[in-house]
Design a protein around this ligand. Structure first.
Ligand code: ZN
Length: 150
């Protein structure tokens, strides 16, 4: 994908997922949840998770934030359903690398490749990674936990 195509796609996908976030709901039978805050921007999300053993059976989120934090959370919930926690961590590693400009194997990323567009806006990387930090904290804890970006 050329840089120009990727930029257009980035803007379209972010706008679409911000306007119509996927899996944007409270989950009454969640067995893990975490609150994520990015005070630099004012993004505040709650990630709900239903883990069955090691498998992410369901994932959803709620809260408010800028377009990139909401769109990234929406894309994340779509990408992680059905994955194991180890697969989720591996995927986050790739997402974070591409956001900071490292070359990664984009075939493993699917739709998440558009998030690499954020590397042109370094101040927004924390917005884009907030939901990923939050789900990581949720998977590691069996009680409600809060995480804050540094
Ligand atoms: Zn933000």
């Amino acid at each position: 994908m050329s840089a120009g195509d990727l930029r257009d796609l980035y803007q379209q996908v972010i706008m679409d997922h911000n306007k119509k976030p996927r899996n944007f709901r409270e989950m009454s039978d969640a067995n893990h949840l975490a609150h994520g805050n990015n005070p630099l921007c004012g993004d505040a999300l709650v990630v709900y998770l239903k883990l069955n053993g090691d498998v992410i059976e369901d994932v959803s989120f709620q809260g408010s934030g800028c377009a990139i934090s909401v769109a990234s959370a929406s894309l994340m919930t779509e990408a992680l359903k059905g994955k194991t926690s180890a697969e989720a961590d591996a995927l986050y590693d790739l997402v974070h690398k591409q956001m900071t400009g490292e070359e990664v194997d984009t075939s493993a990323l699917g739709k998440l490749e558009v998030l690499s567009g954020v590397k042109e806006f370094p101040a927004r990387v924390k917005c884009a990674t907030l939901s990923w930090h939050t789900i990581h904290a949720a998977m590691d804890s069996d009680h409600d936990i809060s995480v804050t970006t540094e």
